[in-house]
Write a protein that binds this ligand. Structure first.
Ligand SMILES: [Zn+2]
Length: 69
């Protein structure tokens, strides 16, 4: 179902959903798959659908740059 994933918002590279489990944890990570990505965004949730839902909007929100004195 990685077809539902939007590309990385920072470099445009393909994103991947990875299931990982360790100890008692089951989680799904979505991350940029480009080793050269300047940001390497990453999110993780308990289910794959949640991880994808959390990842995809990041590709459409405009950036906000605020300078702090
Ligand atoms: Zn990227």
């Amino acid at each position: 179902m990685t077809d539902d994933l939007k590309p990385c918002p920072f470099c445009g590279h393909e994103a991947v959903a990875i299931h990982s489990s360790w100890w008692d944890n089951d989680e799904y990570d979505v991350e940029c798959f480009n080793g050269e990505c300047p940001v390497k965004p990453h999110t993780c949730r308990e289910t794959k659908d949640e991880a994808i839902a959390a990842w995809n909007p990041r590709a459409v929100y405009p950036a906000v740059i605020r300078e702090i004195d």
